[in-house]
Design a binder for this molecule. Structure first.
Ligand code: TMP
Length: 222
């Protein structure tokens, strides 16, 4: 069997610049000869994208926290089994915009279901499958809230269900990410996201090299 790919998740509050960094890292890895798949959650597979639409549209109270978590894990199971695991098995590096830690932070802390409930659900659906490395973008919740408000007021854009959450929700999500970063320190790296795009990129590449150079995962391409 060939060398497996790595699974890297990008996490953090809204507007923290994850998507830009995924694009930049994709370019870097491709230029070094790696196969890269950039994907996202909720979504990433045709079924997952259908669930994304269900989750994002409609009134804020359309789903309560538990229904939301169950829908997210249904989508995640589909995404993992049909897209992520097959890609890793054939040596592709998978860069995912949000994964389980979003559910831990948003449904566990933001919606108040509790981290333990989400961990149990995770074990039931995915066992011990987690990203090899998770970047948690750190941006103050006040800034997140202001960015969401600006997005919601943009003509034609209007925001979605998740954009209707109040400031206290974003504060809980932010604090949740810090608890997750500490509890899962072996696979999480907190990235200061209020600096320049270039500085964030440099930080990410540094963490990546440190994490994967010993295992040989970055060879022989780099
Ligand atoms: P985005 O991908 O456009 O940022 O929107 C995803 C929204 O869904 C964002 O507000 C975070 C939220 N979300 C959860 O609440 N739980 C999850 O598990 C995931 C993946 C996303």
């Amino acid at each position: 069997m060939g060398v497996k790919g790595q699974f890297i998740a990008f996490e953090g509050c809204e507007g923290s610049g994850k998507t830009t960094q995924i694009k930049l890292l994709t370019k870097i890895l491709v230029s070094k000869g790696f196969d890269v798949l950039a994907t996202r959650e909720p979504g990433g597979s045709p079924g997952g994208e259908d669930v994304r639409t269900l989750l994002k549209q409609g009134h804020e109270n359309r789903w309560d926290g538990l229904s939301e978590a169950l829908l997210l894990y249904a989508a995640r199971h589909d995404h993992v089994e049909k897209i992520i695991k097959p890609a890793i098995d054939k040596g592709t590096w998978v860069l995912c915009d949000r994964f389980s830690d979003s559910s831990f932070a948003y449904q566990g802390f933001g919606r108040g279901l509790g981290l333990q409930t989400l961990e149990k659900l995770h074990t039931l659906v995915l066992g011990d499958f987690f990203p090899d490395l998770t970047f948690i973008f750190d941006i103050p919740p006040q800034e997140t809230y202001e960015r969401v408000l600006r997005r919601r007021s943009r003509p034609g854009q209007g925001g979605d269900r998740f954009d209707d959450m109040e400031m206290a929700f974003h504060q809980r999500v932010y604090e949740g990410y810090h608890v997750i970063a500490q509890k899962y320190a072996h696979r999480c790296a907190v990235i200061q996201a209020t600096v320049s795009i270039e500085a964030i990129q440099e930080n990410i590449v540094g963490v990546l090299e440190k994490k994967f150079s010993d295992s040989g995962a970055l060879k022989p391409h780099v």
